[in-house]
Design a protein around this ligand. Structure first.
Ligand code: 4NP
Length: 162
């Protein structure tokens, strides 16, 4: 196996609170990578520290469970400077998250930054809207979007590994 093929791809998803959107993105990519037989490091974090240590929002947990995935043991954390060296890719859920990531990125960051919906053909440049203040249907929209992005990322990373 070549050096490049031996590398385990790593992706960090980042939203604001790390309790609604990014845990669902983490769950969707874990599921898609496993289904594709792709060994990866996957995590999520928030730009804010408000919910550090807390489980995902009960509405995110319920939505993931509806799709057969238990995320109730995930714990929120804030993104760190070290994440920019540890991960190959850091994916912001919306434009504000991405702008915050660009602002705090160390000069010598390894991670390539992108917007989550840039990984869904036809949805480039769009935000995953924050479902925090709305009803349960918003979480289902989030799930549909992160699931498509997870499939896109798996396809991109599978091609990159050739
Ligand atoms: P998230 O949603 O960024 O998708 O985790 C939010 C969670 C909490 C808050 C805002 C957004 N909050 O204001 O506490």
């Amino acid at each position: 196996m070549s050096e490049e093929n031996a590398h385990r791809p790593s992706v960090l998803f980042v939203c604001l609170g790390n309790i609604c959107r990014s845990p669902l993105a983490e769950a969707a990519l874990r599921h898609a990578a496993e289904a594709a037989g792709l060994d990866m490091e996957i995590d999520s974090a928030g730009t804010a520290s408000w919910h550090t240590g807390k489980a995902p929002d009960p509405r995110s947990c319920a939505d993931a469970l509806k799709h057969g995935i238990d995320i109730s043991r995930y714990a929120a954390r804030q993104v760190t400077a070290g994440d920019f060296q540890r991960f190959d890719r850091i994916v912001g859920l919306d434009a504000a998250n991405l702008a915050d990531l660009r602002r705090i990125a160390p000069v010598k960051a390894k991670a390539r930054l992108s917007l989550l919906l840039d990984h869904v053909p036809g949805m480039e440049g769009q935000d995953v809207e924050d479902p925090y203040y709305g009803g349960p249907e918003g979480f289902e929209t989030t799930w549909a979007q992160v699931r498509q992005a997870a499939q896109g990322l798996v396809a991109e990373l599978s091609v990159a590994r050739g």
